[in-house]
Structures are given as C-alpha cells and as structure tokens.
Design a protein around this ligand. Sequence first.
Ligand code: ADP
Ligand code: MG
Length: 898
Amino acid sequence: MTATGTPPEIWALAADGETILLRRPRPDDEGLILAMHHGMSAENLHLRFFGISDISVRETAKRVGTPDRPGCGALLALTHDEKTVIGVAEYNAEDMPDEAELALAVADAWHGRGVGTLLIEHLIAMARADGIRTLLADTLPWNRPMLRVIEDMGLPGRNRLVSGVVNCAIDLDTDDVSTERYLTAMAVREAHADVAALVPLFTPRSIAVAGAGHRADSVGRALLRNLKAAHYTGSVVALHPTETEVDGVPAYATPSLLPVVPDLVVVAVPASAVPDLVEECGRAGVRALLVVTSGLTPEQRLRVRTSCRRHGMRMVGPNCLGIAQTDPATALNATFGWVVPAPGSAGVAVQSGGVGIALMEQLNRLGIGVSTFASLGDKYDVSGNDMLQWWQADARTTMAILHLESFGNPRKFSRIARTVGRTKPVLTVDAGRSAAGRRAAGSHTAAAVTPTVARGALFRQAGVTATHTLGDLVAVAALLHAQPLPDGAAVAVIGNAGGAGVLAADACVDAGLVVPRFGADLEGELRALLPAGAACANPVDTTATVDGETLRRCVDRVLAAGHVDAVVLALAPTALGDPLGDLLTGPAVRERPVVVVAPERAAAVELLPAVGGAVPVYCDARTAAVALAHAHERAMWLTRPRGTVPPLVDVDRAGVRSLVAEFLARESEGGWLPPKACARILAAYGITVTPWRQAFDAEEAVAMGRELAPLGAERAVVLKACGPEIVHKSDVGGVRLRLVGDDAVRAAFADLAHRIGALMESVVVQPMAHSGVELIAGVTQDEVLGPLVVFGLGGVATDVLGDHGARLTPLTDLDAHALLAGSRGAPLLYGHRGARPTDTAGIENILHRLSRLADDVPQLVEADLNPLIARPDGVTVVDARIRLAPRTGHDPYLRRLR
Ligand code: ADP
Ligand code: MG
C-alpha cells in the first residue's frame, strides 16, 4: 500500500469487459509510455498536447515515470499481459495547493472503450487522498471524447471557453448529493462492463472440458454428459493427455492444440494440475473458466488468480457444482449435479452446491425454472454482486435468488441490491451469521445491534427479501412468481372449515398482517351468498357445503369491496366434493393476490395451474402468511418515498483521511483512537464534543477544571479515567460527576487513581453538562450490508434499555426521522407531559454526519457517541470513541476486480 492508500496494482474491466491493469508508473515504464505516444495518430496527439511535438511527449514520459512527486500523481492503464501501455492519466498541482491540472491520453486502438473514464475515476480517488479539491483540464472544443468523459463522471464542475480552449474544472470536494450522483454513474458503468465480461461464461459459443477421463463416474464425465444431454448449441471438445476421443467427443492434449479457441474451459482436473492448465488456457486465448476442482493450496490459488488476471479471463469457482444457462439459444448445463435446470425465470447463485441442487429442484417442481444458475464455490473471481448485475441486464430473469455464506464487498452489495430490487425481487436467506461477530465487538453501538435490531429491517431497507429458511424462500418465490403484490397488509381469510380459518387468521396476525372486520355491507352480501350458518365476518366460514363456484364468487365479492389487499383461502376437502379442484377451474390471477392453504397436501408449497396462470397452495398456514408478509414488505419498499441525503457543509474529508492514515501508520492493526484524535475527526465532520482536557496528576486536573468551568458559571466538572485498556469507563468506576470546587477534584483524582491503579494513564476533565435525554448514536458494520447508523436511548444503561434502531448508509432525511420517531424514547424527544421538545433537528444532523463519515472513511469500523445529551436548546456529546481497522485501504466503491 502506498502512502495515499492506492494499492499498487488494480485489475479492472474496460467497458467492453476486457480486463486491464491500472497501476502507478515505475521508472522503467518510460519506454512503454513513449511507445504509446509514438503509436498515437497525429490527431490524437494534437488533442492531448495542442500540437505535435516530440519534446512534450518525451517530457511527459519522463515526468510520469518519476514516481511520488509532491502534489502530483499518475496512473497507467496497461493491457492485461502488462506489455503495452494503453492510457496515461496524471494530475499536477498548480499554484494553489488544492488544485491540480488533469491530463489524459489513451492509445488510439482503445478509444471508446472506457479506459479514460476508468483511469480518471481512480485518479480522482488518488487526488482526493492527496488533498486536491479541484481538477482542471484544458481541452480543445472539438475533443468530444474528453469532454464527454468529464461530463459522464457525474461530478459537479464548470466549463469556460477561454481563447479557443475549454477550461474544465471538476469539483472533487462534493456534497452528498453529488457524491450519490457520482457513485450512481460509476455503478452504471460497472454493471455494463461486468455484463460484457460475463458473456463468454454464460453464453459461450464453444466449450472444452478438461478432466473427463476414463472413469465414467468422474465429475468431468458427469459434466460432459450433462452438457450433451442439455443439447448445448455450441461446440464441445475435451482436453485429454492421451485420448483422441472421450465419450464420443473429440479430445486434444492441450489448449494450444484445439482447432478453435473455446470461450469457456471447464476444469475438473486434480488440484495439482489446475494452475498449469489455467495458465495454458490463458496463453491459448480462452476467455472464461469454470473450475469445479476443490482443495487448491494457497500457492495454487495464487497462481490461478494471477493467470486469470494476466490473461484477462473471468472465472467461476473453484470448488463448485457448475453453471447453467437455460436460454435455448445457448442451452448450457455445465453442472455435475443430477438435477437438470428447467428453462425459466429465476436467477440462482449459491455458494454451496447442495443448496443449489435443492433450489433448482424446487424451482423446477414449481414450474418457475431457472434462467441462469451459478454455484460460485470459493469465489476467486465471479461473486454474487457480478451475478446480480448479470440478472439485472438479462431479460429472461424476473427474480434473483442468492444464497451466499460470505459477501466480498458489503457496500457494493447493498448498493447493487437496491438498484436491482427496483425491477426484480432479490431473495436471500438471512442466516444471521454475523451475530457472534457483533457480540465480540467492543462498543455499545456494536453490541447493541445484535439483540434488538432485527436484521430483517436492514435487508428490507436494501430492498432484499430475506427469509429465515430456505423453505420460506421457496414459498415467497412461488407467490412473487404467480401473483401480484399486495398493496397493504389487510387480509381476508375465507375457509370452508371453521378451525382451519381461525388457524390461518392467527398465522396472518403472527406474520404482521392484519385481518380486519368487514363492513356491514359486505357481510350482508356474503350472508346472501352463503348458506345459513356461515360466519360472514373476517375470517369467513363458508361451511363445508359450499361448492367451488360459490367460493369463487365469495372471493370476488370480498376483493371487490376493497377492504383487503389479499385473500387466504383455507380449504379442506369434504365429503361433498373438492373445493380446491373447483376453484382451479376459474381464473388464477385477480387484481390482488390469492393464496390457498390446504393442510392435507404433502408439499410445503405448490403452484397449481388455473386459468391464465397458477395459484400458490401451501400446506401450512404459517408459510402462506410469511410469504404474503414478505410480498407486502416488497410492495411497501417499492412505493415508499426514498427521501434525500441532505447536503452537509463543514466537512473536511481530506483532513480526516490524513488523520486516519497517520493513526494506521502507527497502529498497523488499528484500534480505538485516543480521545484527541477521535475529537478531531468528529470536529472535522462538524460534530463537536464537550470541551475536555487531559490531566496526568491531581493538580493538573484542578487547573483544567478551573479553566473549563470558571467561577460564576455552574462550576461542576467531571473526571473520567483514561487509558488504552479502559473501553467502558463506568464499568470500572472510572467516572466521577458533579465535582464542585478544587478539593472535590483533588479527592476524586486520588480516588480514581487508587481504585483503578495502573490501567489509568490520565484523566479527562470536562465541564458537567446540563441534564437532558441521554441518547446513543453510532456507526457499526454489517458483514452483508455494510455500514449502519445506530440510534436509541443511551447512557450507561443503554444495553439494559435495549432501544436501538439502525439504518444503512447513506442515511436519507426520512431514515433519520424514522430512527428518532421509531425510538422508544420518542415521547421524550418530541415533548412529553408538558416538557419542551428537544432539538431533534440537531440530533438528526449528527446522524447524517455519522453516516457521511462512515461512507467516506472505509477504515472506520465503529463509532460510538454515548451519551449525547439532548435538550431543547441543543445537543451535547459528552463521550465518543472511534475504532479504525486497516482492512479496507481502498475506496470500496471504485471499480476493480477482486
Ligand atoms: P463510559 O461510557 O465510558 O462509561 P461516559 O463518559 O459515557 O463513560 O460517562 C458515563 C455517564 O456519565 C454518561 O452516560 C453520563 O450520564 C455521565 N456523564 C459523563 N460525562 C458527563 C458530562 N460531561 N456531563 C454530564 N454527565 C456526564
Ligand atoms: Mg459513554
């Protein structure tokens, strides 16, 4: 890692999916840089240098090749074999220390392939870390590509035409609104490039299978059989050291001998042979790999990864079941499982093959089928995020199902999921894996999240439908596939046996739905329709004697009355007939969802065909209710106003970056920041902590106390024991409040020193704050979804109070408001029993600033303001801590391959 935090080598995708390398120049790159410029057309050179002079070219090559000049930075783009420089971007500080001149040149053959944009995105990250606030670029007015690159960046700026040259100024020190726009523009480019790069994997024109040996029961042979059985539309060959034919397929000894270079090579050879084979594939020009082999050593793993990058190959696996693409134009089943994915509309990505088989089997059975399947295994390269991007662009996919045990880049996942979820449901199982991790964390904020914040709420905020079990996931998928979304939570339960209806109504209420009483009108209508003895409130008991036709009319009446958003039919077969069978002779889909609970059926969920579609039938009322509740949540998410991330003034991002770099240079493992650094970081983001001083002996404490709480004011001060080992000061009896007068301070110091002993290195002296409502506000990280802002009732009893809400960053105005309004302390905040309301705007402002800090500083793993004391006249933070970790040195949103 270099001083400014950019890793030395970044693999990334050009717009057409080609892998390229970005890195800082080295002194021996001068020749390569010259060669690129010498290969540029006269026109291209003119646009870059406003003239064609070999002197400027040589100067550039020399300048760029000289690393680490202060206020300057440069980045090269190279082909993935690293032999050719294809782009050079640099910034050079001007007269003003926070302004720099931007220059960009891209080799002719690489124009229009997004290399310039990628270089500038990464250069902007470098320049920002370097304290640059504005990049200036002088461009000829007819240099449309350059002007477009700058415009597409999505950052605010100004263009001025001065003596025939456009002076562009790009503002890097942006507010949140522009940051959002910039990140969105970057994410769109990423999705395009990603999809282009996955084409050879998921729609290959030709495949070679390596590892299909003599044994008919080998994984390779099973794979080959599945490929052939699915009638793959491209050509298939085998790689075999000695044979010329394997299972009826022509075989060749090495990739270089293949008559046609395959798009995809399936690797099922023993682990020890994988690295060499992967390298040979790369040399031969193969574009994608599926590695099913497991048990690679770390050394083999590194070689495989390196070969993939250096030859620009994308890879699924290793240690996986395979991939499938059911589009008849491709008809690819490169899995070795026994389940054949049926063509359909669910995109499925799993980490473990077993879960994949189970899901495919269920989706086949339900008639939903699979569009693209990927078992990602150890995910050296292609990840769940890549799959989401693929499905978003894939017209055949109408829902995305992800079952992953780990996520590589949570911040990206929650952004991508939020985008994909707008058009297609994203389903996953929330195994609550990170609970233990959070328990182990040190701060109140982190510990608070586990017991009291349902993770479901976080997934919901990200637009992800997260169920507790795989079974529930399948149940929801069936409903979303076959029925419309319910607009609200009101459900009518209609049963032909009283007991089943009551059970179904209870299950709906347990799942968070409501079963409202119908109005008198509707009850009257139903009474006219149903036999005597029927119960016509909600739940409706039709009695066992009704036929399917009457049931159907009953459903239609209930829906037409408009009191409910969904209907649950609890049906039991009777001696008189089969009401479910009758029902299915009618329409499957109405304007609102209808589901059936039929306890006598064997399958947990079925999609039974009716006219124009299918009706979901569940054997257990709980499953049906849970599915409806999830569908309702999705409908609410889609229609809920998204709110805006308010712009913040007084944010010194560059200042914080250097403070963070300074701390991590000293503490390579990271840790809790000392009080001073913590206060400085918060101050840089506009959060002020109550004045405080550090004192090392009693007399110093007395002097500080006098300074902070001068005579005349309410003189009370506070002493707090301080030392790197002391995380929660009250827990060790390390906080002494309301100390009035020098003697009291002296005595308190002696008492703390005596009781706490060597753990105490100093004391913090603060004025005593006026009393108010004690709150907690903080930041913690979710392994799957990224940073969260946490809020609730605080103080030393915060864990006991257990009142904590959390929202994903970036926090919108509506999120902040919901955190306050949803808190159990809300009555205290908004005014209670004649008490004046507290400064809620001030509290929300602090939450927004924490959100921004968490997003700007990926090294921040926890922040904990506890308590902040809220009063009508303002908010005071009396205790704050921040923990940093080195693990994410680079900007998590930058486009890069792993
Ligand atoms: P810790 O959280 O490490 O135990 P705090 O600094 O939060 O230590 O202090 C514990 C409690 O003492 C707070 O919850 C608050 O009630 C009270 N307190 C701390 N500092 C002040 C202060 N400056 N003014 C008023 N009350 C304070
Ligand atoms: Mg505290």
